[in-house]
Design a protein around this ligand. Structure first.
Ligand code: F6P
Ligand code: MN
Length: 319
């Protein structure tokens, strides 16, 4: 068990995972994702930034980089020997990559989150959610690991395996070494990141924004889920939300690829994650491409958002 605090020596990701008691197969999987990210970061820095001429399952135009990042990650996972099924935000179906290793893990991933920010050279990321066995339609609380990689001015990897949240930075040798361990959130937010069009906000969400602003919380929003969530975690205070909207009761963000992994990270950092009425990690997904409203970050503020939504708004119509 590694103790909290600063270290003079560089601890690499594999060693940290081992010393943290993470099982060998899961350590291998996480390290394979870390390997894949080296190729993805290289493509982001130097590759083709144009469109691919195709669209994903949400009808969004794909970039050449979306397609490439998806392939890089999928191949790596397929060859890992510990993954039975994968599902990607960029493709339609669950893909059985290695049916013979059922009993290991299944992985849902968003290979290049925030790709609309690529042409303006803002930070983007990769998000990964790991379930035991071969079923991907399980409640998020069954995840055995969640992580994201942030391709910013520096590349960082932030993971949890249910034992706190830890941040690693890619060094000059493209190896991940420990930056911060056991990141913990304060109960109240000093910054907020609001997704979606404000004129389409519902009454509870409007009041939530008023509540944050009256308290002096500052708006900090990039439009990329990974950098926005990372900002909340690394500042140790903040809320990110992409709410239900008038005309879009499910919001925009995807439960499997985006919300479950971010919710596990937030909870492991002592924060919370909700769809405004229920804890994200308890939601049983009905479909791979399910979307849900999302409020995450400092506990007191996520609770406040829930109170305002439950007390001021009608529950959404079933179906
Ligand atoms: O993948 C979805 C995403 O790009 C997130 O990274 C981001 O939080 C959100 O969509 C931004 O949505 P919008 O395009 O509505 O601002
Ligand atoms: Mn995304």
């Amino acid at each position: 068990m590694l103790k909290a605090g600063k270290t003079k020596f560089q601890i690499d990701l594999r060693r940290y995972l081992r010393e943290d008691g993470v099982d060998d197969r899961l350590t291998h999987l996480i390290c394979e994702v870390a390997e894949a990210s080296k190729y993805i970061v290289n493509s982001i820095r130097t590759g083709d930034l144009g469109v691919a001429g195709t669209s994903n399952l949400y009808g969004e135009e794909q970039l050449a980089l979306d397609v490439l990042a998806d392939r890089i990650l999928r191949k790596r996972l397929a060859k890992s020997g510990v993954v039975s099924n994968v599902a990607s935000e960029e493709t339609r179906d669950v893909i059985a990559v290695s049916p013979h290793c059922a009993g290991n893990f299944s992985v849902a991933f968003d290979p290049l989150d925030g790709s609309s920010l690529v042409d303006v050279n803002l930070a983007v990321g990769t998000i990964v959610s790991v379930f035991p066995g071969s079923d991907l339609l399980q409640a998020g609380q069954r995840q055995v690991a969640a992580l994201y990689i942030l391709y910013g001015p520096r590349t960082t990897l932030v993971y949890t395996t249910g034992n706190g949240v830890h941040e690693f930075g890619m060094n000059q040798l493209m190896e991940y070494t420990l930056l911060r361990r056991n990141i913990r959130l304060e109960p109240k937010a000093v910054i907020y990141s609001p997704g979606g069009l404000r004129k389409r906000y519902t009454s509870g969400v409007r009041e939530f924004v008023d509540h944050l602003e009256e308290r002096g919380a500052k708006l900090r929003y990039s439009g990329g889920l990974v950098p926005d969530v990372n900002q909340v975690l690394m500042k140790r205070s903040g809320v990110f939300f992409y709410p239900h909207l008038q005309g879009a009761p499910q919001g925009k963000l995807r439960l499997l690829f985006e919300l479950n992994p971010m919710a596990l990270l937030m909870e492991q950092a002592g924060g919370a994650a909700s769809n405004g009425r229920q804890r994200i990690l308890e939601l049983q997904p009905g479909a791979i491409d399910e979307c849900q409203p999302f409020f995450c970050g400092c506990r007191d503020d996520v609770t406040r958002a829930e109170e305002l939504i439950v007390n001021r708004e009608q529950p959404p119509a079933p179906g």
